[in-house]
Design a protein around this ligand. Structure first.
Ligand code: XIL
Length: 377
């Protein structure tokens, strides 16, 4: 770890003009070497992978970030570019340039890609929304599954076939009242899984879900209803190999419910399923606390969560939703900003959410150390 991290410090000090280009080359060379202290090295003894979500944009435009990704990760998840809305913006017209770039980058650097995601209610192209509403045809969905699986099947091992199918508080079965459900009924999940098996006989087919971590009514219901749903699929022999736990931790909800998570994972193991932590990050609760306290709270929660889930042998990988606060999807909200009475304007405000392993300067935080030590155990 020491050499790679001290490179990052040194680099920041002379990161100007030609010096930046030169140092970036040096770092790139070093990054492709072993990086013994990296997160990917920390998980190696467990035989699992460590990865992060990326966009092709940041990999291209930010060589320092790219080097950090190469040094730390053995798997990449496309944050945006595999989703249907991005991949097929108009009917029959593919836009897989960004996804191709991530796949090529992974192929040339020996990384695996985590296939996220084939069906998600939040990323349906407009033309397909209209189709699903007015003239539902499964053929469009089958085409999308076939195209993506064929194109990236060489590099993707795990596929989030369906993302976020659950939504408590509406239907008795806990299924989300999505356009997919309205168009094809609750059988759309098994249909997608069966198709995915046809186009990827050897891939690991996953259902990825959020809101499974805390001890509140909604998440208790969600854990229960999700297990019932999975039980239904398994009883019908539907091809399902595992589940993704998004793990968007949230300090506003308290601390993760270790017992509930362990019980849930025991049931998952009982079904013979694998588990991947797919989108780990931490939303902060108190941006006014001293920086060190903030980082400690984020690190403690990450550690508590990872220790809880890594207890299970079913866990085959850990992925964070971004590597650096520089590119986190977690933004400080308008309401949160308002709570600072304009402090933001003179620089004393909360800055960025600090819920990823590296800070905005790509320096490792307490969260990095917490993840590294937990994975290394
Ligand atoms: C998010 C991306 O991070 C955002 O940039 C995008 O605007 C919306 O999607 N659960 C998921 C991810 O499964 O695909 C989401 O990613 C975050 C929540």
């Amino acid at each position: 770890m020491a050499s790679y991290l001290s490179e990052r410090v040194t680099r920041r000090n002379f990161m100007k003009g030609a010096a930046a280009a030169l140092s970036s080359t040096i770092i790139a060379i070093r990054a492709s070497e072993a990086s013994p202290g990296s997160l990917k090295a920390a998980v190696r003894h467990r035989g699992i992978f460590f990865g992060t979500a990326v966009t092709s944009e940041t990999l291209k435009s930010d060589p320092f970030f790219r080097d950090a990704v190469l040094a730390e990760c053995s798997s990449l998840t496309p944050e945006l570019s595999m989703k249907w809305g991005a991949a097929e913006p108009s009917e029959g017209k593919l836009d897989l340039t960004a996804m191709d770039e991530i796949a090529d980058f992974s192929r040339s650097n020996g990384l695996q890609v985590y296939g996220h995601t084939l069906l998600w209610h939040e990323s349906i192209p407009q033309w397909a929304e209209a189709m699903l509403r007015d003239t539902p045809s499964w053929q469009h969905i089958r085409n999308h599954i076939a195209t993506v699986m064929a194109r990236y099947g060489d590099i993707v091992r795990y596929w989030d076939v369906v993302n976020e199918p659950m939504d408590t508080g509406h239907r008795q079965d806990g299924l989300r009242d999505s356009l997919f459900l309205r168009a094809f009924g609750s059988g759309y999940i098994e249909r997608a899984l069966r198709d995915a098996r046809v186009f990827s006989p050897g891939g690991k087919l996953m259902i990825n879900e959020y809101g499974l971590e805390y001890d509140n009514r909604e998440e208790r219901d969600r854990r229960y209803l999700f297990l019932k749903m999975i039980e239904g699929l398994k009883s019908k022999d539907i091809p399902l190999d595992g589940i993704g736990l998004q793990a968007h931790l949230d300090l506003r909800k308290g601390t993760v419910f270790e017992l509930g998570i362990k019980d849930f994972l025991r049931e998952i193991e009982g079904f013979g399923l694998e588990v991947v932590v797919t989108e780990l990050d931490v939303k902060e609760a108190d941006y006014a606390a001293p920086a060190d306290e903030r980082d400690l709270a984020v690190a403690d929660e990450s550690k508590r969560y990872l220790e809880t889930v890594l207890d299970s042998k079913a866990v085959k990988g850990v992925t964070t939703w971004g590597l650096s606060d520089r590119y986190s999807w977690l933004q400080v909200t308008e309401e949160e900003l308002a709570a600072y009475n304009g402090a933001w304007l003179d620089g004393r405000g909360p800055g960025l959410n600090r819920g990823l392993p590296l800070d905005a300067m790509l320096m490792p935080k307490r969260m990095y150390a917490a993840i590294a030590s937990t994975l290394a155990k």
